[in-house]
Design a protein around this ligand. Sequence first.
Ligand code: HEC
Ligand code: HEC
Length: 262
Amino acid sequence: MSPTMRAVIKKALVFVSFYPLLLAWPVMAQMAAKKGHLATGKAVYEEICFACHGLKGDGKGPSWFNTKPSPQVFINSVYMSRLTDQYIFNVVKYGKLAVLKREIPDKKFESLAMPSFGAVLEDDQIRELIKFERAFSQGGPQSAEMREIFDAACAVCHGKTGRGDGERASTIQPAPKYFVSDAQPSPMNLTDPQLMARFNDDFLFSLIKRGRIGSIEEDKFDTMQPFGQVLSDKEIWSVIRYIRETFVNSNREKGYAAQKKK
Ligand code: HEC
Ligand code: HEC
């Protein structure tokens, strides 16, 4: 059997076996709705979160330039749909570093931090790799040498085409539509210009060299801080509900359609 044929069959099988989960998707998405109040969520968002994530959820709040990487873009519905409510809850309550280091009470929770490659890649190779990566969203040539490195080191999580749907991203939904990684956070979709614009080259260099945890701890790049001391659980569920209903759900289908066209 040819490799392409095998891939087609594998894809079909994945689709069949996960079909019941597809049906369960709307139920999952409603979890925050049950636990939170929209009005409370709006109040919390406009008091705290807007400063970085922006009133419109575009990440361009007053602190857009002060944090590196820039704050997450909530109106990127394709990215946000890949994050489960429980992941968002944990990030807001305990901070992203604690989640990545699994220092949270929820032990069942899967988390996968971007690993470090400083031991296996030269600095010059990392710089070339960043150019290769940028070409996923910006177009332009991708060198064959970097393709080899990418396939060997990155594709297992980020996928051969850079969509964040590699094997270790472990789909619970067929990719790319409704792709959710059960290892949270899901590997970045490198083909998405809106998301890649959050990262400058210095950050990407630190990320690839030291990994996500190292880039936060050793190089002091920013990340999502914990808000568990200032917000109650109810308030956190409420703000998640607000984010889902206001920024994510409203343009989800549009987001997938745009991604499919590419
Ligand atoms: C001081 C700035 C700042 C404030 C205030 C802030 N955030 Fe963030 N947030 C960030 C940054 C920076 C990131 C990107 C972190 C990264 O990529 O590791 C982020 C990422 C996130 C993410 C995505 C995590 C991921 O893995 O992609 C969520 C969800 C989030 N914030 C929710 C909130 C909520 C809810 C509030 C309000 C209670 C809030 N943030 C307030 C800076 C902020
Ligand atoms: C074991 C899985 C894994 C491998 C291998 C991997 N990554 Fe990642 N990568 C991730 C995860 C998970 C994230 C999301 C991290 C986050 O949100 O904190 C990520 C995020 C990223 C980001 C975006 C930064 C961010 O904060 O979201 C870039 C760029 C990236 N990886 C590049 C690479 C490159 C280049 C390679 C190969 C040299 C690579 N990755 C290998 C898992 C992986």
